[in-house]
Write a protein of this length. Structure first.
Length: 601
């Protein structure tokens, strides 16, 4: 048996997990001196947003030990992956920011780790920050461990202090003790994380993650719990329903550095990817033929949010994208389901599908990927998935944590009261007030934009799924202000926009093309109004003195994809194309909208 350590790196978003893994790879001699060093976050959207979306395995050889490392997503929308990864590892590095301390997703990922009874190591990162408060942060971490019911062994966690960005580490919180090495982290892993348990017996391998390849179909990624496996061997797959499917292992991959390396055989404790069964699923067990013995099934988090994805029906359909048909959209969504076990897709009508996921970020990243691939589609407002348990309607609730400057606390509290939020705690911080709430997920739809307005951009908010609870009363999550809706087709003119500016905030600029039913701005009041933004100035033969002034317009509000999804109401859609996001009414014609409103009332 070769010496192995299997660990996962877990943390809140932006506490430095991926930077730490990148530095461990660079400073452990994993790359040749002349080799170009990349990053664990290889996906374009991961680079742009600075977040990890897909869990990724890598490996380091250090002092004769193979250390397999799984970099995990920090956002709660991808928490299902974190939970399944805990079945692949024997320990975790919990990375905590030396200033921010424990945050909602720190709690979320640590809860998953403690429930799986893996060995924790705490890494206090960003100790080089002038605002670092290492001792207080360790106290917060200890309180969190106790609060989550950690046992005596788990409470006796080792601590390493690092500045991953600078590649320094030490075992002391004193900044002067930091050394230009990551050996303290690697030595702590070898000394404290147990080796994979070795059992005598036949093969047992369970995929915890999926990948997809057009040539071989699904690829199952997991750890070999027992026995050995070779390429070309016939094996049995014990399916989730208990049935057995035999198949031949076509290819097998291991991981080293940032590469996926083709290998011929692997044994207990190795993290590998196996192909050969085109519909392999998370939680199934691969065994030797005749020795079928299933491992316990892995729990897969159920979706909490859904929205419709449909064919783009706007007058501008087909101008910017190449993939427009319902068949192409269906193929792409089904392909995504092959890789993402937390996604559900069901047909809604002839031209649209209900897509369910773990949260707004989960679904918006799918939309963003499709847009970049050349798709055009229209998507609805996200809505939460209501469950019925013992005759009682239940909805998802989330833990919400906000850091708010003192001047804006009153407005935030008042707003959350109208969204059925329940305040759990309120504490002073050096920069203002920290508010902790439990709130229905639908109360958070549209709140991010309002929160930034309420705090003038100075507030910080984080939230994570908490549990399903009895449905909250009251009306939650609709936009209060109405929309300015175009009544004509054409190009917006500076003259028309200048005349209409006092009606509200514009989303478009002069020269932008619009169509009837497109939302071009936000009204100052709670009703929608139809406006003409393409109207030109009447030209006459006479020029009056001083009448030709240059029109100076306010800058339009820039709407990102997430902002658009947050913003729309139930009777509205977001038109998504490779170049644009447009807001529109479901019913484009103004008269038809009025009739529909009268019929609904």
């Amino acid at each position: 048996m070769k010496k192995i350590r299997n660990i996962a790196i877990i943390a809140h978003v932006d506490h430095g997990k991926t930077t730490l893994v990148d530095k461990l790879l660079q400073m452990s001699g994993t790359f040749r001196e002349n080799e170009e060093v990349g990053s664990m976050d290889s996906n374009t959207i991961e680079h742009e947003r600075g977040i990890t979306i897909l869990a990724k395995p890598t490996a380091i050889d250090y002092k004769g030990v193979r250390i397999n490392i799984l970099d995990t997503p920090g956002h709660a929308d991808f928490g299902g992956e974190v939970e399944r990864i805990m079945n692949m590892v024997d320990g975790v590095l919990l990375v905590v920011d030396a200033y921010e301390g424990t945050m909602p997703q720190t709690r979320f990922v640590l809860k998953k780790a403690l429930a799986a009874h893996v060995t924790p190591i705490v890494v206090v990162n960003k100790v080089d920050k002038p605002s670092a408060r290492c001792k207080e942060v360790i106290d917060e971490v200890m309180d969190l461990f106790i609060d989550l019911g950690a046992d005596i062994d788990q409470l006796d966690f080792p601590i390493v202090y690092t500045s991953a960005i600078n590649g320094t580490s030490s075992l002391s919180p004193d900044l002067s003790t930091q050394e230009n090495t990551m050996d303290y982290v690697l030595d702590t892993i070898i000394e404290n994380i147990p080796e994979p348990k070795y059992e005598e017996g036949s093969l047992q391998f369970q995929p915890a993650l999926l990948d997809y390849n057009d040539f071989v179909g699904r690829i199952g990624i997991g750890v070999i719990k027992r026995g050995k496996v070779k390429v070309g061997t016939m094996v049995s797959c014990v399916r989730l329903d208990g049935s057995i499917t035999k198949f031949r292992i076509q290819k097998m991959f291991g991981y080293y550095g940032l590469k996926r390396v083709e290998i011929e055989e692997a044994e207990t404790g190795d993290i590998v990817a196996i192909s050969g069964l085109s519909d392999i699923n998370v939680g199934e067990t691969i065994c030797e033929v005749g020795c079928e013995e299933a491992l316990p099934k892995l729990r897969i988090d159920e979706p909490t949010l859904q929205m419709t994805f449909g064919v783009n029906t706007s007058p501008f359909a087909g101008r910017e994208g190449k993939l427009l048909t319902v068949r192409k959209i269906e193929e792409r969504l089904m392909k995504e389901c092959e890789r993402d076990v937390s996604l559900r897709v069901v047909p809604y009508d002839q031209e649209s599908f209900i897509v369910s996921g773990r949260g707004e970020l989960h679904l918006s990243i799918l939309i963003e990927n499709m847009r970049r691939e050349g798709f055009e589609l229209q998507v609805s407002k996200p809505s939460v998935i209501i469950k019925e348990v013992n005759g009682e309607k239940q909805e998802p609730f989330e833990e919400l944590q906000m850091d708010v400057p003192n001047d804006f606390v009153g407005g935030v509290i008042e707003n959350l009261g109208g969204r059925e939020g329940i305040m759990e705690n309120m504490a002073n911080t050096p920069s203002g007030v920290r508010l902790n709430y439990t709130i229905p997920s639908r109360g958070l739809i549209g709140f991010a934009t309002e929160f930034m307005t309420l705090t003038k951009g100075y507030g910080i908010m984080n939230h994570a799924f908490f549990e399903y609870r009895k449905m909250a009363g009251g009306f939650v999550g609709e936009r209060k202000l109405g929309a300015l809706v175009s009544m004509e087709n054409g190009k917006a003119t500076a003259y028309a926009l200048g005349q209409l500016e006092d009606r509200g905030t514009m989303f478009i600029s002069p020269g932008d093309e619009v169509y009837e039913g497109m939302i071009v701005g936000e009204h100052n009041h709670d009703n929608d109004i139809a406006i003409n933004v393409v109207k030109g100035k009447n030209l006459t033969n006479t020029r009056a003195s001083g009448s030709d002034h240059t029109v100076v317009l306010k800058r339009p509000r820039v709407m990102s994809l997430e902002t658009c999804l947050d913003y729309i109401n139930k009777d509205e859609l977001v038109e998504v194309t490779p170049k644009s996001f447009r807001l529109r009414k479901k019913i484009l014609n103004a008269e038809d909208r009025k009739k529909a409103l009268r019929n609904n009332n």
